[in-house]
Structures are given as structure tokens and as C-alpha cells.
Design a binder for this molecule. Structure first.
Ligand SMILES: NC(=O)c1ccc[n+]([C@@H]2O[C@H](COP(=O)([O-])OP(=O)(O)OC[C@H]3O[C@@H](n4cnc5c(N)ncnc54)[C@H](O)[C@@H]3O)[C@@H](O)[C@H]2O)c1
Length: 702
């Protein structure tokens, strides 16, 4: 019995190759070898007049096997030779597609002589999202079929197009609503009957040479240096004007260089990191997520509304409970207004908005939550209030319901106990705006039942979010790592760096937004309140300079964007440096006896902010708050604007070198003093640096 994922059968005069390699028929080495054997057999079969290539299961070939092509030993040569062989066949080859024809799958189709697809099929070259360009002649064949301008757009954006658009673009030759394999055979029979001859994509002319010379120059100028795949795509598509073999060499050289680039490594690290996130090691394998068909939310403020919309957008009915009739109506109106805004901006169809809003029910009585499968509380961040709310939910919610808290800073175990059924309780820490941000930290309490944890993870996926599991600690993963980052921001400000110098350095590193601009956007009051609450809880270091700046700005009524002034002055959202801020900080520095310097260079700013952040990440791992380092990279790239092309802080640490990082922490400790342990390297970092082992692939128990 053959174990090949590729099967060849003859139907009269037509041969059919079926790829059956679940889940997505990826072009693994075994699939390529199987296809090669099938193509050879077809070529030798004198009674067979045409070949149809299609797939079993839910999709056509959805891409290469990413795990394989990240290997140092990977070579595109076997696939490229196979595609050249298919294209050169004297008998007609038809690709029949359904589901997704992505990346290597689309390249396979491009090498066939005729392409048909079911109406729901989607087409894309997603390689750029992995730091690559198509490496099996996609950059050469696509422009020959659809034109260089459209090809460049598809390759540099990774955008998906549907079958209708693909037909309009001449990417495919036919769209149908039938069964993919049977239809492919019909098409092949018709082509044979019409005495059609192979139409080879490589023999077509690309229009790349006919475009105005400025086209590629400008496209290259627009390509971000942070993503070298973009410029490489421009060069490769431009090379489609050359003879095919020369364009092939350009693509191959660029693909190989990109494959070894740090950006490709980072983006592929994140691809796998996102897939792993939300898998919980050591969980009872028999545990299953509970079914969630209806949801309740307590508190209809900023977060409650955003959380409600996340569910409504996914088609899940929500009952939202507020404390007063007034607040209840404000919440409902706020949600309707947000939808109306999306409709006005053309982002949402009016009937979709209506359908979503119709799934919302608002109430003032918790009793309305009694039959909900999942209830999430998002009331003020106030322990006694949350304890009261959770105690009531513990009594009101039906047996088997999952009870979640959106707390950012409170102890989930304390909240869970308040319900008197702590096994049903889990943290679901959404990020603001909750209906937009993909990150969702799932907080596992000491008593959280395995099926409750799985329920939260499952719900996150249903909402299209990225779940990352954290244990109970102050700030969970993201905000805990943010703390040393903001702490050092403020120390640098006291030493004389301006908010603009700090933000510029961090944005040049690749952060979506520097820390001062970020705090102004989130609200200085929010930042200051966190510090003050920590002070009340006795958790601040005995350092008089600790986070004094944000508290001083708060006292001065500079609340950030919303009050028109924070670290910057604002006209609308436009920030301009405000000389009042260095003056105010200078006074603080004098009072604290901090010596100010005139010039603090960008590299010191980046190191001072990132070294302690990575160090805190390593402590989180040591303490078992997260079970793998790559989860931290998911949190920081998805929730905090850390550049994806650097792979997240943990991978960035490996790129720097852990020995370098540990040495850097020690050097800053010596230069600045380490009375409060700010610079003490974590044991895990020191150990991995000594063993010369990477941090980003660290997992609990590894
Ligand atoms: N704002 C953020 O960026 C953010 C991010 C993550 C998590 N959180 C957490 O989300 C929670 C809510 O924060 P927010 O920013 O939405 O606050 P918010 O002040 O905007 O909203 C809180 C809402 O709770 C309502 N409320 C108070 N007591 C209630 C009760 N007994 N029953 C029903 N409703 C009641 C209030 O009327 C108010 O509308 C907090 O725990 C906060 O820490 C906030």
C-alpha cells in the first residue's frame, strides 16, 4: 500500500492527480516527490491525453510547508524543477482549485496550462508576511499572466483576492460552482476535444519592460527598509522583463538572501509563536472547552463596550448589565455610535451594523445573566466593588457557566474566591480598544478548572483574537514587562533626555509609538493611578525617584491627549514638544539630586528601555507565569507595538546575544548603581548566556 500523499488515477483519456495531505495540502518534500512520480507516469502513459491536478479535503495547496523551508537545508530546487517539468509537458495540464491557492500552491497552478477554480477560492502570495518573496517562480510567472503592476501589488501586500477578481485579472481561466475534481476532468476533456495545445506561462511576455521607468524606481523607494522582502519583490517583478531564465536567477538569489535574513527569521518565529500561543502544556488531555453560545458582560464602560462588540461582531448575543438605567443607555448608545461611525467611514455595511446591534440586550439587573454561558465583568478597577460583583455572579450564574474578569491589576485568585466557585473563574484581559486589539491575555488562577481555561482560549479564537495564557502576578505578561520600560523612560527624562528624544529613539528602533506618546494616548491619569495604587499597596521600591514624572504631570493636570497636554502639547492628535515639560522635569531632578546631561544618545535610550524589559520577561518565565518565551513575543508584538520584523523582545535578545545582554545589564548596574535590583540579571538569562542557548525558544521544562 502506498503512503504517498499523491494519487494518480485515469478517467478515460484524462489522468487525475489528487494531493491528499491534511490539513492544508502543503507542499512538503513528500508531496513534491509524489507529484514528480505522478507527472512522470502521466508523461509515459500514451493513452492519457491530459492531466488534472487537484486536491482532496477543504482546500487546494495552501502553501509550502513553512516548517520545512525554515530549515537551513531547504532548497526550492526540487519544486522549481517539478514546475518546469509540468510546464514543459506536451500534453495539457489543468489546475483545479478550491479553498485557498496560496504561495507555493498558486505557483503550482501558475505552472499549469489552464486554471479553474470554484467561486469561493481565494488566491494570495503571503510570503512577505514571512519575510520572503515567492521562491518558485511566482515573481516571474504572475506578471506574465496578470501584468507587472498587479503582480507587484499582490506580492508586496500579500492581499487575498477571490475567484471573480482572479478571473478578471486573467490569473485563472474559469470559475464554477461544481465539484473541483469532476469539473477539472470536464475542462480537460473539453480542451482535448478542442485540440488545445499547452499555453505555457513562461512563454508569455511580461509587460514589466513597457511600464514607465519611474514605476519600479518609485516602488522601490516606497519599500520599507525594515522589510527587505518588499524591495526584493520589486526587483524580482522588474526582472520579469528579462528572459525567463535570467528572471529566475534574480528571484532565486533574492529568495535565498531573504531566507537567511534576520527579518525572515523574526517573522517566521512569530508565525509559529502565534500558533503555539494558547496551547497549554500539562493540561488534562480529556478536558474540553465548554460551549459558549451566549455571553453576559457586567460594566459598559470603555472596556465593557469594546468586549461586547467583539462578541457581537462574531455573531454571539450579548446581555450587558450596567449599574443604572442611565449608564445602561449610554453604553447601548456608545456601541450604536461606534457602529454608525464604521458605517459612515465605509468600513461596515449598514445591514451588518444593524444585525450586530440587534444581538445586544442591555439590563440593570444581574438576574438577566442567569442563563448565560460566559459572563465577563468589566466594572471599575476597584477590589471591594469587583468582589461584590463577583460574589453576586457566583450566586446568579448557572452551574457550568464560565465567569471571567477583565481586571488589569487585581489578584485573580482573590476575585475567584469571592464567587465561591473559583474553579469556574478565569481572567480575560482584553486590550483597549477591545473590539480592535487582537491580543487577549488569558489569566489562569490557582483554582481555574482546565475546561474553564480551555473555554477562555476557545472563545478568544472564536473572536479572532490571539490568546496567550499567563499566571497570576501583578501586570500579567504585558504590563509587567512594561513597568521597567516606563521606569527607565522616566529615569532618562530625569537625566535630561526629552520626551521627543526618547520617542524618536524607540520609534527608530521600530516601536509603533514611543513610550511618552503612548502614555499621552492612554492617559497620564491612567498611568499615574497605577503607580499610586502600587504605592498604597506598598509595592513600590524605596526609591524616591521611582515614576515621579508621571505623577508630577498628573498633579499638574496634564492628562495627555485628552486634556491637550501631557508629555507633549496637542492640537487635536498632533503632538508638539512643550518646553514646560523639560522645565518641570528639571525641577524634579534638582529636588531629587539627579544630575542632568545634555546629550543622551539613541543607543543608550534603546538599551536602557529594552534590557530591563527582556530581563523582566526572563523573570516571568522563571516564575512560571508564562510557559514559553515565544508567548512574550506574541504579547509584545500584538499588544505593545514591538516591531514584528525583530520578532519580539525575546528573539531580539537572542539577536543581540544573551552574553552581551547580561554584560550590558551588569554595566548599567555599575554605572547607575543597583540599590533596587533594577539591573540584576535574572538567573535564567545568566544560565542561558553561559550555556550559549537561545532565549526565544525556551519552554517550561526544556
Ligand atoms: N481601559 C483600559 O485600557 C483597560 C484595559 C484592560 C483592562 N481594563 C480593565 O477593565 C475594567 C473596566 O475598565 P474601563 O476602562 O472599561 O472602565 P470604565 O470606567 O470605562 O467603565 C467601568 C464601567 O463599570 C460600570 N459599573 C460600575 N459598577 C458597576 C456595577 N456594580 N454593575 C454594573 N456596572 C458597573 C460603570 O458604570 C462604568 O460604565 C477594569 O477592571 C480595568 O482595569 C481596562
Amino acid at each position: 500500500m502506498s503512503v504517498s500523499p499523491v494519487e494518480l488515477r485515469r478517467h478515460g483519456a484524462i489522468s487525475l492527480v489528487t494531493i491528499d495531505h491534511p490539513p492544508v495540502n502543503a507542499l512538503s518534500a513528500a508531496v513534491v516527490a509524489g507529484l514528480r512520480a505522478a507527472v512522470d507516469a502521466f508523461a509515459d502513459d500514451a493513452a492519457s491525453r491530459a492531466l488534472v491536478i487537484g486536491c482532496a479535503g477543504r482546500t487546494f495547496v495552501a502553501g509550502a510547508d513553512i516548517a520545512e523551508f525554515a530549515l537551513p537545508s531547504f532548497s526550492a530546487a526540487p519544486l522549481n524543477e517539478l514546475l518546469a517539468r509540468i510546464e514543459a509537458l506536451e500534453k495539457i495540464v489543468v489546475a483545479t482549485m478550491h479553498g485557498y491557492a496560496f504561495g507555493g500552491g498558486l505557483e503550482l497552478a501558475l505552472a499549469c496550462h489552464h486554471r479553474v477554480a470554484t467561486r469561493e477560492t481565494q488566491f494570495a502570495f503571503p510570503e512577505v508576511s514571512l519575510g520572503l518573496i515567492p521562491g518558485s517562480l511566482g515573481t516571474q510567472r504572475l506578471p506574465r499572466l496578470v501584468g507587472a503592476a498587479r503582480a507587484l501589488d499582490l506580492i508586496t501586500t500579500g492581499r487575498r483576492i477571490d475567484a471573480t477578481a482572479a478571473l478578471d485579472a486573467h490569473l485563472i481561466d474559469g470559475v464554477h460552482d461544481g465539484a473541483p475534481l469532476a469539473h477539472g476532468i470536464d475542462v480537460a476533456q473539453a480542451l482535448v476535444a478542442a485540440h488545445a495545445t499547452p499555453r505555457r506561462t513562461r512563454a508569455l511576455a511580461s509587460d514589466a519592460g513597457g511600464l514607465p521607468p519611474a514605476f519600479f524606481v518609485e516602488a522601490r523607494a516606497r519599500a520599507s527598509p525594515a522589510y527587505p522582502a518588499h524591495a526584493a519583490a520589486v526587483d524580482a517583478v522588474a526582472a520579469s522583463a528579462l528572459p525567463f531564465a535570467e528572471g529566475e536567477r534574480v528571484e532565486a538569489a533574492a529568495f535565498e538572501a531573504l531566507r537567511r535574513s534576520p527579518q525572515a527569521r523574526a517573522l517566521q518565529h512569530l508565525f509559529f509563536a502565534r500558533r503555539r500561543a494558547g496551547r497549554v502544556p500539562g493540561l488534562d488531555p480529556a478536558a474540553r472547552a465548554r460551549t459558549v453560545r451566549t455571553v453576559g458582560i457586567v460594566g459598559g464602560g470603555t472596556m465593557g463596550r469594546g468586549i461586547a462588540m467583539s462578541f457581537l461582531n462574531a455573531g454571539i448575543p450579548v446581555t450587558l448589565v450596567e449599574s443604572t438605567r442611565d449608564a445602561m443607555e449610554r453604553a447601548a448608545a456608545g456601541i450604536r455610535d461606534t457602529y454608525a461611525g464604521s458605517v459612515a467611514r465605509g468600513k461596515l455595511a449598514a445591514d451588518d451594523a444593524e444585525r450586530r446591534a440587534a444581538l445586544l440586550r442591555v439590563e440593570t439587573d444581574d438576574a438577566a445573566l442567569a442563563d448565560r454561558d460566559l459572563v465577563i465583568e468589566a466594572v471599575y478597577e476597584d477590589l471591594p466593588l469587583k468582589e461584590r460583583v463577583l460574589a453576586r455572579l457566583g450566586r446568579t450564574c448557572k452551574p457550568g457557566a464560565t465567569i471571567a474578569s477583565n481586571t488589569s491589576t487585581l489578584d485573580l485568585d482573590v476575585l475567584a474566591r469571592a464567587t465561591d466557585r473559583p474553579a469556574d473563574v478565569v481572567g480575560m484581559h482584553f486590550f483597549s480598544p477591545a473590539h480592535v486589539m487582537r491580543l487577549l491575555e488569558i489569566v489562569r488562577g490557582a483554582a481555574t478548572a482546565p475546561d474553564v481555561l480551555l473555554t477562555a482560549i476557545d472563545v478568544a479564537r472564536t473572536l479572532g483574537k490571539l490568546p496567550v495564557v499567563a499566571g497570576v502576578c501583578y501586570g500579567f505578561i504585558g504590563n509587567r514587562m512594561l513597568e521597567p520600560y516606563l521606569r527607565e523612560t522616566e529615569f532618562l527624562l530625569l537625566e535630561g533626555a526629552t520626551p521627543d528624544a526618547i520617542d524618536t529613539a524607540m520609534e527608530a528602533f521600530g516601536m509603533a509609538m514611543g513610550p511618552c506618546r503612548m502614555l499621552d494616548m492612554a492617559g497620564i491619569d491612567v498611568g499615574a493611578n497605577v503607580v499610586m495604587a502600587q504605592q498604597v499597596a506598598g509595592r513600590l521600591p524605596a526609591d524616591p525617584a521611582y515614576r515621579v514624572v508621571v505623577r508630577r504631570l498628573f498633579d499638574a493636570g496634564r492628562l495627555g491627549q485628552k486634556s491637550g497636554a501631557g508629555y507633549y502639547r496637542y492640537e487635536g492628535r498632533r503632538a508638539t514638544p512643550d518646553p514646560a515639560v523639560p522645565a518641570l522635569i528639571g525641577e524634579l531632578a534638582r529636588n531629587l539630586g539627579v544630575a542632568q546631561r545634555t546629550a543622551i544618545d539613541g543607543s543608550e535610550i534603546v538599551e536602557r528601555l529594552l534590557f530591563p524589559l527582556v530581563n523582566e520577561g526572563a523573570r516571568i518565565l522563571e516564575e512560571g507565569i508564562a510557559s514559553r518565551a515565544s508567548d512574550l513575543d506574541v504579547v509584545w508584538t500584538a499588544g505593545y507595538g514591538f516591531p514584528d520584523y525583530r520578532g519580539g523582545p525575546m528573539l531580539h535578545a537572542d539577536t543581540l546575544g544573551l552574553a552581551q545582554l547580561v554584560g550590558g545589564l551588569a554595566a548599567y548596574g555599575r554605572a547607575r548603581g543597583d540599590a533596587f535590583g533594577y539591573w540584576t540579571p535574572s538567573n535564567l538569562l545568566v544560565r542561558l548566556a553561559q550555556m550559549n542557548r537561545p532565549l526565544a525558544s525556551w519552554e517550561a521544562g526544556s
